[in-house]
Design a protein around this ligand. Structure first.
Ligand code: ITT
Length: 204
């Protein structure tokens, strides 16, 4: 039974596809369905947006769809950028050659410029949902606690990883291999919760 991963984010695909395949799930990406364009995320919570994406892709493909909606909650920013993490710096102009991820980090560092290390606590959140064509839905969540560095560190991962410091291992998320990140990340934790309930969800 094929399962479609309802994301256009290459970083998420890299982190999810292999562990799902290792679990025995035949994963197909959205690239197999070029007719499905950007899905507008109109929700105000990770759960709402994950459900919007998974329901739309399930309806368009007739396959079981899995979506991840995720983001960074910074306590000093009242848990922002949160569901707006991907779009955080859309109101900023890019420097020449600057990626959206880099521009997002530049804005975050600017907004936190007067916030000392002790008050830079944050967490990554991932809400992962699976939707079956008969309407059955499964919703799980994972988090990862850390703090925002004062400058980027490391080259791996995607998004805000170079600014996310995990004090328990004294490394940034971007200094971890994919497996090391999955072992502790919000997405890894959400995926483990999803897989723990997968056979019940798919039964019947
Ligand atoms: P899809 O909706 O197609 O899945 P997206 O990038 O728009 O892709 P989201 O709306 O869930 O996905 O936004 C998630 C953003 O949160 C992402 O673009 C990053 O900026 C940030 N983010 C989420 N997980 C992250 C991680 O593991 N490491 C670094 N940044 C992460």
């Amino acid at each position: 039974l094929r399962v479609v991963l309802a994301t256009h984010n290459a970083g998420k695909i890299r982190e999810l596809a292999d562990p799902m395949a290792d679990f025995g799930i035949e994963v197909v990406g959205l690239s197999a369905f070029p007719e499905i364009g950007e899905i507008e995320e109109t929700g105000t919570t990770f759960e709402e947006n994950a459900l919007i994406k998974a329901r739309a892709v399930c309806a368009a493909t007739g396959l079981v769809a899995v979506a991840d909606d995720s983001g960074l909650e910074v306590d000093a920013l009242d848990k922002g950028p949160g569901v707006y993490s991907a779009r955080y710096s859309n109101d900023w102009e890019s420097l020449p050659g600057e990626s959206v991820d880099k521009r997002n980090m530049r804005k975050l560092l600017f907004e936190l410029r007067d916030v000392p290390p002790a008050r830079r606590s944050c967490r990554f959140v991932s809400c992962m949902v699976a939707v079956r064509p008969d309407g059955r839905e499964l919703v799980v969540r994972g988090t990862w606690e850390g703090r925002i560095l004062e400058e980027p560190l490391g080259e791996n991962g995607f998004g805000y990883d170079p600014l996310f410091w995990d004090e328990s291992i004294r490394k940034s998320a971007a200094q971890l291999t994919r497996d090391e990140k999955n072992a502790r990340s919000h997405r890894g934790n959400a995926l483990r919760a999803l897989l723990a309930r997968w056979s019940d969800f798919m039964a019947g």
